[in-house]
Write a protein that binds this ligand. Structure first.
Ligand code: ATP
Ligand code: MG
Length: 554
């Protein structure tokens, strides 16, 4: 802008300079022409008096280099000429000034030379004898005059150009300076040019509008961030080029990435083919859903295309952690398969034995043994069905009646029931500790101790020992059931509480186990808000620790 103003001022100065020069030259030229004409007239009147008195002799004496005198007879013949041979001169009657002088007594005219560089001024007067005396002078044209003055003119022009340039530079700077100092954050507080006040008011209005818009956008952004930040689901927004626009903290954890991935391609955070092809499918078809495992977890990806005015602008990816759901589904599937299998085995034994007896293929003396088999398997079926019912009750989380229970007493009751089986294997079964008072569901707590002790007895060789210990703090009650039996190898620890999970299936089955005992124990402990842990080493023994909170104790 400064250079534009500079150019404008400079150009204006030059135009003014040349215009002034031209006008002044014209005026001066005209002024001096008038003076010269007056002088010519004066000299002509003097010469005319002299010529009337002395004739050609006077004219001969008056010869001058500055002007030319021509005397013309009434028929147009040249009688005398101060600068040319009169005999060589043609008739002058057709000359404008001569014709005028013959007609009116005075005549004047001017003619340019052929080269246009000179102009001749003529003045003529009619003498009393009927002849005409003419005086003329040559003078340079305005252009030639100017050329003659070229040297000073050039100096003037150079000085004027320099002054114009300096002034233009200073002025343009002075004009721009207040504009550069404008405070556009507070436009109305500026005191620059009156002319730009409307512009400043407009900027002020625009500023207010922008401020409001930015505040609104920030509010929305904060809102969006707050919502997405606290979402448990992962959320990723992609543009149509698959670049990440937004990613929330849950998604960052899922993909083990950080905020630096924003602006980069989705492929930089995950290259799994099934996920990228689901994104492509969603961008083409509008929606895609897939399940994929990441970092030992199972996720559901819900991908939808985002459209504006019918044009695809990107995609939104929602990631749900369905690990628990998938595990539950797997367990349910396994449970159903296991239940069917577990029910089938005793039922096959029962039908098989019954068929043999029905067809008379069993000897008379073997019949009691077969009936014993049928009874054993039927009892096993009943136990299995009872266990399943108990587990589904626990699954349903139905509210069961609670009461004040002493775990020490419950442990003693369980030991009374198990005493026979312990004695059969010559296993010492002891209960130590004190009260262990807790507000809970008695029969579930009984199940816990019964199952743990039952396992202790079942998986401890003859002559071993099973110890139950109860201790109590202000907040919770601790129950420990330990034995010195066969123990459990570490690789089974994680799965031991799963339904139907048995380390040694043949041994467990032989001992009438269904693999549901520890599962019922775990669920019963969880029902009471407690925790269960297993410490076991192969051939050394097992210790199960249960900690139950003393909630709502009355
Ligand atoms: P049941 O449903 O009759 O209890 P189970 O005893 O086989 O059958 P769980 O009590 O759930 O089933 O035990 C699961 C498995 O864990 C057992 O099959 C056994 O292999 C192992 N186990 C449990 N307790 C012990 C223990 N004290 N010592 C060694 N192994 C054990
Ligand atoms: Mg058991």
């Amino acid at each position: 802008m400064t250079s534009k103003i500079f150019r404008s001022i400079f150009a204006t100065s030059l135009v003014v300079l040349f215009a002034t020069l031209a006008i002044i030259t014209t005026f001066i030229y005209d002024y001096f022409t008038d003076i010269q004409i007056d002088q010519l007239k004066d000299e002509l009147s003097i010469a005319s008096v002299g010529t009337e008195q002395s004739g050609e002799e006077y004219l001969e004496n008056l010869k001058s280099d500055n002007f030319r005198l021509t005397w013309i007879a009434s028929d147009g013949t040249v009688l005398f000429d101060s600068q040319a041979d009169k005999s060589a001169m043609d008739n002058h009657l057709d000359r404008e000034e001569i014709r005028e002088a013959f007609e009116t007594g005075k005549g004047s005219s001017s003619r340019r030379s052929a080269t246009l560089t000179e102009k001749t001024l003529y003045e003529a007067v009619l003498l009393s004898d009927g002849t005409v005396l003419r005086i003329s002078v040559n003078r340079a044209s305005g252009f030639v005059l100017l050329l003659g003055m070229m040297y000073p003119v050039i100096i003037v022009i150079i000085i004027a150009v320099i002054i114009s340039a300096v002034l233009a530079h200073k002025m343009s700077k002075r004009i721009i300076e207040p504009l550069n100092k404008l405070d556009l954050d507070n436009p109305t507080e500026n005191d620059a040019y009156e002319e730009i006040a409307p512009l400043l008011r407009r900027i002020h209005k625009q500023n207010m509008k922008i401020e409001r818009k930015v505040a609104e956008l920030n509010r929305r952004k904060d809102e969006f961030e707050l919502i997405t930040k606290n979402m448990r689901e992962g959320l990723i927004l992609l543009d149509k080029n698959r670049n990440i626009l937004t990613i929330n903290s849950a998604a960052m954890t899922i993909f083990s990435t950080d905020e630096n991935c924003v602006g980069k391609e989705f492929l930089t955070i995950n290259r799994r083919h099934e996920i990228t092809s689901a994104i492509e499918k969603a961008l083409t078809d509008g929606h895609a859903e897939i399940r994929a495992g990441l970092n030992e977890k199972e996720y559901q990806f819900d991908i939808s295309r985002i459209e504006t005015d019918g044009e695809t602008v990107g995609a939104v990816i929602l990631v749900f952690d369905i690990t628990e759901q998938a595990d539950a589904e797997r367990l349910r599937r396994e449970f159903t398969a296991n239940v069917s299998h577990e029910l089938k085995t005793p039922l096959q034994t029962i039908t098989g034995s019954a068929e043999l007896m029905e067809n008379g293929l069993v000897k008379e003396e073997d019949i009691p043994r077969f009936i014993g088999h049928i009874r054993e398997e039927a009892t096993r079926l009943v136990t299995l069905v009872e266990d399943i019912i108990r587990l589904s009750q626990l699954d349903e989380q139905t509210e069961l009646p609670k009461e004040n229970v002493s775990l020490f007493e419950v442990a003693n009751e369980a030991c009374v029931v198990l005493r026979d089986s312990a004695d059969k294997k010559d296993i010492t079964l002891t209960v130590s500790g004190d009260g262990g008072n807790i507000y809970g569901v008695k029969h579930l707590l009984f199940e816990v101790i019964y199952n743990l002790c039952d396992n202790g007895i079942k998986y401890t060789p003859d002559g071993g020992k099973v110890e139950v210990d109860i201790s109590e703090t202000e907040k919770d009650v601790t129950l420990t059931v330990s034995d010195n039996g066969i123990g459990i190898a570490p690789q089974h620890h994680a799965r031991i509480f799963e339904r139907f999970y048995r380390v040694d299936k043949s041994h467990s089955k032989k001992s009438g186990g269904t693999g549901l005992g520890l599962s019922i124990v775990k669920h019963s402990v969880q029902y009471h808000g407690g925790k269960i842990s297993l410490h076991s080493a192969e051939n050394k023994g097992t210790s199960v620790l249960v900690v139950l909170p003393k909630i709502e104790q009355c």
